[in-house]
Write a protein that binds this ligand. Structure first.
Ligand SMILES: C[S@@+](CC[C@H](N)C(=O)[O-])C[C@H]1O[C@@H](n2cnc3c(N)ncnc32)[C@H](O)[C@@H]1O
Length: 262
């Protein structure tokens, strides 16, 4: 069977493609969550990537990161020496029931799987590993904005270069599955063969198709409720914009005392 897209997309080249998603952005996001009292220790960064959010946590937060990508975990290890890092799948966490205070699912580390039942599994796992009163902080792109921009179903191509990589991306919304697909082709930029090869991108390039669920806010709330959560705070961006006033949905859910079946 073919590898799922998220094992290809989050390889060694991923950081070079999204270099603007940096430590400063991560710091602002966590400052907002901390200011609202959302960070209760121990804190799991679920889909921690290269560790940019872990870097902005303190020892008192009891930080722990989990990701599926070996190259990104290796970056996280360099970036946050001594951090507790686990390699695993967000659908089945190697952690005890009710053992955590916060689960972070940041920068759309959510909605990657084939159907809604599968996409609900990380939420159910967050509910399982959080103690009652614990928080699940979910940071998604604003689904209403994506529908407004791409809802007509027409493909949106874009060519760009990022560090040593030349990238062609074609985004397209599929109403039948409520997903946004992104066909990505990555090649070495002219004269950058050695630098690109160090990121795993040879002359042949790499092509894959990302597929991410585009939720409505009531759908996210329902999915969270199914895992025993109630929404207690929400912003539209990392500067604390109101919902709809930015490009993100940064949502804080609290786990109830009695967990409902997922
Ligand atoms: C969009 S990136 C966000 C990374 C990080 N939260 C950040 O803000 O930089 C999504 C992350 O989820 C990880 N991921 C994808 N599928 C996963 C899975 N099934 N289980 C665990 N991690 C996964 C990827 O490797 C990647 O690091």
């Amino acid at each position: 069977m073919a590898e799922p897209w998220f094992t290809t997309a989050f390889g060694a080249h991923y950081r070079a493609l999204y270099a603007h998603r940096d430590a400063e952005e991560a710091r602002r996001c966590l400052a907002l969550l901390r200011g609202a009292g959302a960070l209760l220790p121990p804190v799991l960064d679920l889909g921690c990537g290269d560790g940019r959010h872990l870097q902005a946590l303190t020892a008192a937060d009891g930080p722990l990161g989990l990701d599926l990508s070996a190259p990104l975990l290796a970056e996280a290890r360099k970036r946050v020496p001594g951090a507790r890092l686990l390699r695993g799948d967000m659908r089945s966490l190697p952690l005890r029931d009710a053992s955590l205070g916060t689960v972070l699912s940041l920068f759309t580390a959510f909605g990657y799987f084939a159907d809604d039942a599968e996409n609900a599994r990380p939420a159910a796992e967050a509910g399982r590993v959080l103690r009652p009163g614990g928080h699940w902080c979910l940071d998604l792109f604003d689904g209403d904005r994506v529908r407004a921009e791409l809802g007509d179903g027409r493909p949106r191509p874009r060519d760009r270069s990022s560090g040593p990589l030349a990238v062609r991306e074609v985004r397209r919304f599929d109403a039948a599955t409520a997903t946004v697909g992104k066909q990505v082709e990555v090649r070495p930029a002219p004269g950058q063969a050695a630098e690109a090869a160090a990121l795993g991108i040879s002359g042949d390039g790499l092509a894959y198709r990302e597929m991410v669920r585009v939720y409505t806010l009531p759908e996210v709330d329902d999915l969270a409720a199914g895992a025993g959560f109630r929404r207690v705070a929400a912003w539209g961006g990392y500067a604390g914009e109101p919902l709809g006033g930015g490009s993100r949905w940064l949502l804080v859910y609290r786990r109830g005392a009695v967990q409902e079946p997922a």
